[in-house]
Design a protein around this ligand. Structure first.
Ligand code: COA
Length: 540
């Protein structure tokens, strides 16, 4: 495979202007991530109280469990951002992948400094999404429990529906049955439904003095039975480890509990991150020939100006080597083979609006990768499928449907990164959230919506005006309508709006993309080869 020849001039004014603008985006991202760690309404007081009780901060807890000097891939750090009066940094829960004795685990850890670790609607979504990732990637789950349970004022958005609180217990029970270990350390409250997190775990450690499990806390017991009892006597570590059997081990301190947890992790008989099963072709990795930080200068600061996606690919793949498939046909989608951290991948990337040829090329390429058992990496930057009389007469709907169908049914691991616009059905064909990529990350310059704000202000207002036929709407009123629609679309397509609602698994710095995808691929490489998908019916 030959290395890419770059046309990027890193000294050009446009490169420098783009890079400066992107560095600003990165500064904003870091500042907002810091907000998730220790910011938010009334958080200082909560953190002080938490530390005064001798408890550790949630991310420090995870650091105390994972192998020294190994990374932790935190997911959806900015969930909850801008929602709930900005009082729910990280949605009060930290999820992510880290290794213990070389075995990768999914961590689900409550942050008791945010609303007592109680679960808001988006916290439940994050908890359940982490379990879904664990299932798809064959990961055991470590629960670090310190939670007030359901966030009671919003109980109707948390309790009754599929994938609400009950769904998290359903998934936990099924993960355990699949042989994916479920281990809990109880470091705070586990009240009512929350009691089922440890109770459904394969093994449980409780920390004396801080860990408590009960279906009803002392106030409920008093109201229901007239019984007056102290929280520790009702559901503390001594009671549950020595009398009830709800817990299996007791620890005096958090540090002791994490030492014990690491010991439990030695006996789970799970594959290590390095235990490749051989179905996914692998060679020694090599870094890209071009500096990934050059991506900052390649991505246009003005999202209406397109950028060459092959220059992006060259900064993500091993040796910047990319064997392009069908380079002279359907040029608005770029397809080809490359390696990321040694693992072979098939890349599908947008270079503009998707025409029929591009959709067909992508479908052909997905089928190739499916047959050859090569994971797919989608790099999304599209305004969608082509519209207009020529495109319709050429059958763009059926060609787009072929691509959508191929993506939906491919059983090889799929990963998606939103590197620019993710608009319209193009988002679906390029393996958007609805198409179950194993992980979906977004860059902070990305935008996701049915259509761009610029298009929406024309389309929506024209539809409204058509309905007002013959009325005397003034030009000023039309302009105000357009401004209102544009503002709505700009707000809702913003990546922070999206990540807050868990439409992705996190906003990432483009420079980290290669390492993150490399880790995701190594999770798949340690699993058995996925079964080949079913034969498809394509509309010809
Ligand atoms: N729903 C909504 N808010 C909750 C909550 C819940 N289940 N549990 C805690 N909170 C909020 C508190 O209102 C408080 O909010 P504020 O910071 O805006 O004032 C914050 O979380 C911290 O709670 P606080 O009780 O001051 O902290 P604590 O560390 O002393 O105690 C708990 C933490 C979790 C042990 C305690 O709050 C508790 O018992 N909560 C209720 C648990 C429960 O009965 N859950 C039933 C779930 S079905």
């Amino acid at each position: 495979m030959r290395a890419h020849t770059s046309k990027v001039d890193t000294g050009s004014p446009s490169f420098v202007a783009n890079r400066d603008a992107y560095l600003q985006e990165i500064a904003t991202l870091s500042e907002r991530q810091q907000w998730a760690i220790d910011g938010g309404h009334n958080r200082e007081r909560s953190i002080e109280r938490h530390l005064a009780r001798g408890k550790h901060m949630v991310r420090d807890r995870i650091d105390m469990v994972i192998d020294a000097d190994t990374p932790f891939l935190e997911l959806s750090t900015l969930s909850g951002y801008g929602q709930y009066d900005n009082a729910a940094p990280g949605a009060g829960i930290v999820t992510g992948v880290g290794t213990v004795h070389g075995v990768p685990w999914m961590f689900i850890a409550n942050d008791a400094t945010v609303k007592g670790g109680s679960l808001l609607p988006v916290s439940i979504k994050k908890h359940v999404r982490a379990q879904e990732i664990a299932e798809q990637n064959g990961l055991g789950v470590i629960y670090l429990v310190d939670s007030g349970g359901a966030f009671l004022p919003l109980q109707d958005e948390i309790f009754p529906d599929k994938d609400h609180f009950g769904g998290s217990f359903y998934r936990q029970a099924r993960l355990s049955a699949q042989g994916l270990p479920q281990l809990s350390v109880v470091l705070g409250g586990c009240t009512a439904g929350g009691a089922y997190v440890p109770a459904l775990s394969d093994e449980v450690i409780m920390v004396e003095g801080i860990g408590r499990i009960f279906l009803g806390g002392p106030p409920i017991v008093k109201a229901a039975l007239g019984e007056i009892i102290d929280a520790d006597d009702l559901g503390g570590a001594v009671l549950h480890t020595m009398t009830s059997g709800v817990s299996d081990y007791i620890a005096q301190t958090e540090a002791e509990a994490y030492g014990k947890l690491r010991e439990l992790c030695e006996s789970v008989n799970q594959r290590r991150i390095s235990d490749r099963q051989g179905w996914l072709d692998y060679v020694d990795p090599e870094p890209p020939a071009f500096d990934p930080a050059e991506i900052y200068g390649i991505v246009s600061a003005d999202d209406r100006i397109p950028f060459d996606v092959t220059e992006i690919i060259a900064r993500l793949v091993d040796g910047s080597k990319f064997a392009e498939f069908k380079p002279d046909w359907g040029s608005t989608i770029v397809t080809g083979f490359a390696r990321m951290w040694g693992h072979q991948v098939g890349i599908i990337a947008n270079d503009g609006v998707i025409f029929a040829e591009a959709a067909l090329k992508a479908t052909h390429f997905i089928e190739l990768c499916e047959q050859r058992r090569i994971p797919l990496v989608f790099l999304q930057n599209t305004s969608g499928y082509m519209v207009g009389s020529e495109a319709e007469a050429g059958g763009i709907a059926k060609h787009g449907a072929k691509m959508v169908s191929a993506v939906a049914n491919a059983t090889v691991p799929k990963y998606t990164v939103l590197i620019g616009g993710a608009y319209g059905a193009g988002n679906y064909g390029m393996c958007g959230r609805g198409f179950n990529p194993r992980f979906l990350f977004a860059w902070p310059n990305s935008r996701i919506a049915t259509m761009s704000a610029a298009t929406a202000q024309t389309v929506l207002v024209d539809i409204r005006l058509a309905g007002l036929k013959g009325d005397d709407t003034t030009e000023e009123e039309v302009a105000a309508m357009r401004a209102e629609v544009a503002e709505q679309y700009e707000t809702q397509s913003n990546p922070y709006y999206a990540t807050s609602r868990l439409w992705d698994d996190g906003l990432i710095d483009p420079v980290h993309t290669r390492d993150i995808l490399g880790l995701c691929l190594s999770l798949a490489a340690r699993q058995d080869e996925p079964p080949v998908g079913p034969p498809l019916v394509y509309r010809m």
